[in-house]
Structures are given as structure tokens and as C-alpha cells.
Design a protein. Structure first.
Length: 442
């Protein structure tokens, strides 16, 4: 939880709009005040991406401050006080500040990760009662709307929701983030504490690993948290040959290029395991070369199991996205409210289908379905955390398209998809998760 309060030091003066410099907060500021930012003080984001998600509000404020101080409105920040509060202290400090008298035009409150502490809802109500404009930033729009409806009652009608879609990081930006000191420290922490290797060698090895990792996962995910998790899993495997002189000796005499090639030769099987077994599967760990060799020496029946239907080895989240898509393509939208409810809710009576109708379920569907409907059904049937703001959900849809299970319909105002697998495949996926697809279709 991060609370940022922008406040004019002169309570009789409005808060200068130039204190908010990035596109997102500029848009919000325009909706509060009816004023637009001076074009000369609005600039593109810095090329180097922020490495810490929790600090992006502070970073944007600091950027805005630097830009304003170098522009024609450099005096704007002379009368602005910026207060920030984190974690458990945020709510107490928040209440203390908003209880102090201030005109509504001289204070703006920004609450990031708002859904992490429901107590902030009460503080937000106090803000609204006092006429103080505030911004609630959440990665999960559904959770945010639910919390507001539950905790704010009639005041929820005064809230305007704005969904902001940020462009994906480029490969170069992701690599810069992964090589930043804070992320590097996080990914190498275990090795730094427990490995006999000198720290400079650990850092050198990490710098060699990141380009290899990015090349490997480039077409599979752009979700930063997932890439950090994969890097943390891979690094102990990637650096392990350095502690065995039989595998790599005289490391100090090797150029980065030669050392990188030697390490890649050792870790390439583990890279395949990283994508196959660990991508969006937080319960799994990467398989080492020794494990891979043991698997390859097993019988032919073991190799047959390696080539099992790829759909059954999908991450759980992607399985349920595919099931949701198939359910949507096989039923009418008007039945969703009756079918995808709590277990105690009545469902339509099962009707016998003709052989022709049953056979049609084995083929792909010709019906394109909107993404919103897929996500609505997904939230009803998925047993895990329903965080639709998580990039992983949209990465999952994109991954299903790359595998050929879904196809995006190009054109039109709404994003729509065709399901390219039949009922038989989807029922097999459902059985692997203990989910009876037929219960919703027959």
C-alpha cells in the first residue's frame, strides 16, 4: 500500500496542475479540475523503465518535479508539499492528514495498491465527505469495484472508473529492468548468501544470463513479475558449473563470450524445462541437466509421456481460460446469469441433444465470442485468485492464441475470439482439473 498526498502549502491556493506530469495522472487531473496541463510541461516517459512497481507513483512525481523545475513553470513546486506513506503506517497517517482543514482545491490524494488494505476504503469515504478529490489505483479493476460497492455505499456512484492500458515493455526495456540493481539483488540473493563464489563473479554471471533468458522467453511472456520469478529459478542452475572446476576452470581467464557459451551449453536443457514446466506455474521448479539426463535414459514409455497432449500440460489458469472460451462458444449469452452462479442457484434443466448436436461439439465452433464474456465466465469457474488485472490473464489468452487453441478476430470495436479446439479436447482438460465440462453443456 502506498499513499501519496499532494498538497498546496498555501491552503487558499489551488494545487498547480503542473505537479502531475505523466500522461495517466495528467488525464485524471484534467477530469478533477477541468484544466489541461501546459503542453510545455508534459513530456514522454523516460526511456529507462522503473524497476520497482511499488515506487512508480513516487518516481512519476519526481520526474514531473524535475521537468517542471526546468520549464517555464519552475516555481510551481515551491508551494507544493508531497507526503508519502507506506504499509501499516499509511492508514493512520492518512487519517491524521485528512482530518486537518484544507480546501478541496489545494489537496489531491493518490492511493496505490488500494485493494490491499480495506481500511483505506473508510479513509477514502472521509476524503469524499470532505470534498477532497482522490485517485485509487489498482491492478485489479473487478476487486476495486467490488470493494467500493461494499464499503462506500451511495458514494460509489460518485466514483468514475478509468481503465488505462499501458504499452508492453520492449525487450530492451525488460532487459534494462532485469539488470537494474534492485532486481539483480532480488534474483541473486540466495546465491550471494549461500554460495562460496565471490560476489563479482555472481554479478558477472547474472549479467550473462539475462540476455539468454530474454531470448528464450521473448515469445512466451512479457510479464515482469513472471520474468523475475523465472530468473530467480534459473540463476542457481546457470551459475552452478562455476563451483565445479571439472566443468569450467580458470573462469577469470575466460572472456564474457567464452564463459557465456560454456554456461549456455550446460543450461540449455534447463531453459527448455523453464518454458515447459515453470512458465505461469509457480508450484514448479526448473529441472536440472542431471534430471534431464535421467529422464532421457528411461524407457520408451517415458518418452511417450513427455509427448502427451500439450493442452493437458497447460498452466491451470490457461486451462480454465480455454474451458471458459469453449463454454461461451457453445452456449447462449442469455443463459450465463442462470448457469454461472453459486452452487445453490437453479440451473436450466438438462435437455437431450440429437446425435448431430452432440457430434457438433467435437468440432471447433464458428461463433466468435467477446473477451469480456470469456473473462466473466472465467471468474465464475476458476478456483484460484481471480485477479483480472494481472497481466498473466491476458498473457494466458495470448499464449492460447499462439498455440492455435484460440484465434483473435480482427476488426470491430470489441476484441473477439474463435475457439479452435473441440469439446473432446476441452473435456480432457476439464478432467485433468477435476472440472466437469459436460455439467454446463448437456
Amino acid at each position: 500500500l502506498l499513499v501519496t498526498i499532494l498538497e498546496a502549502t498555501n491552503t487558499n491556493s489551488p494545487l498547480p496542475t503542473t505537479v502531475i506530469g505523466n500522461d495517466l495522472l495528467a488525464t485524471l487531473c484534467n477530469s478533477w479540475t477541468g484544466q489541461s496541463l501546459d503542453p510545455q510541461t508534459t513530456h514522454d516517459s523516460d526511456s529507462e523503465a522503473d524497476s520497482s512497481e511499488d515506487e512508480h507513483i513516487l518516481d512519476e512525481i519526481e520526474r514531473a518535479k524535475r521537468r517542471s523545475l526546468s520549464g517555464p513553470n519552475k516555481s510551481s513546486f515551491n508551494n507544493v508539499k508531497v507526503s508519502t506513506f507506506r504499509g501499516s503506517n499509511a492508514v493512520t497517517s492518512f487519517h491524521s492528514i485528512i482530518s486537518q482543514p484544507s480546501s478541496s482545491s489545494s489537496r489531491v490524494i493518490v492511493i496505490d495498491h488500494w485493494e490491499k488494505d480495506p481500511m483505506v476504503a473508510l479513509a477514502a469515504v472521509c476524503c469524499q465527505d470532505a470534498g477532497v478529490p482522490f485517485v485509487l489505483i489498482s491492478n485489479d479493476a473487478l476487486v476495486l469495484e467490488g470493494q467500493i460497492g461494499k464499503n462506500m455505499g451511495a458514494l460509489s456512484s460518485k466514483i468514475t472508473f478509468l481503465t488505462v492500458n499501458f504499452p508492453q515493455y520492449t525487450t530492451q526495456q525488460l532487459q534494462q529492468i532485469m539488470l537494474s540493481p534492485s532486481v539483480l539483488s532480488r534474483c541473486t540473493q540466495t546465491q550471494t548468501q549461500n554460495s562460496p563464489l565471490p560476489k563479482p563473479l555472481i554479478l558477472r554471471t547474472y549479467n550473462l544470463m539475462i540476455p539468454v533468458l530474454m531470448d528464450t522467453i521473448n515469445n512466451n511472456t512479457r510479464e515482469l513479475n513472471e520474468i523475475i520469478r523465472l530468473a530467480t529459478l534459473l540463476f542457481p542452475v546457470y551459475s552452478s558449473p562455476l563451483g565445479e572446476s571439472i566443468i569450467i576452470s580458470d573462469v577469470s581467464k575466460l572472456t564474457d563470450g567464452n564463459l557465456g557459451r560454456k554456461l549456455y551449453g550446460y543450461v540449455k536443457d534447463s531453459l527448455r524445462s523453464l518454458i515447459r514446466d515453470c512458465l505461469f506455474r509457480p508450484e514448479n521448479t526448473v529441472k536440472t541437466t542431471a534430471t534431464s539426463n535421467k529422464r532421457s535414459s528411461n524407457s520408451d514409455s517415458d518418452s511417450d509421456s513427455d509427448s502427451e497432449d500439450e493442452s493437458l500440460s497447460l498452466p491451470k489458469l490457461q486451462k480454465y481460460l480455454l474451458i471458459s472460451s469453449h463454454l461461451c462458444s457453445s452456449t447462449k449469452c442469455s443463459t450465463d446469469a442462470f448457469v454461472y452462479t453459486s452452487a445453490s442457484a437453479p440451473r436450466p434443466k438438462k435437455q437431450k441433444k440429437s446425435n448431430e448436436q452432440n457430434a457438433s461439439h467435437l468440432s471447433t465452433s464458428n461463433n466468435s465470442i467477446p473477451l469480456e464474456r470469456i473473462l466473466s465466465v472465467f471468474t465464475s469457474i476458476y478456483p484460484g485468485e481471480k485477479n483480472l488485472g494481472n497481466v498473466g490473464v491476458f498473457e494466458g489468452v495470448a499464449h492460447l492464441c499462439r498455440l492455435g487453441y484460440l484465434e483473435e478476430k480482427v476488426g470491430g470495436e470489441r476484441v473477439r475470439y474463435w475457439v479452435k479446439v473441440g469439446r473432446e479436447v476441452v473435456e480432457g482438460i476439464g478432467r485433468s482439473e477435476g472440472f466437469d465440462v459436460g455439467e454446463y453443456l448437456d
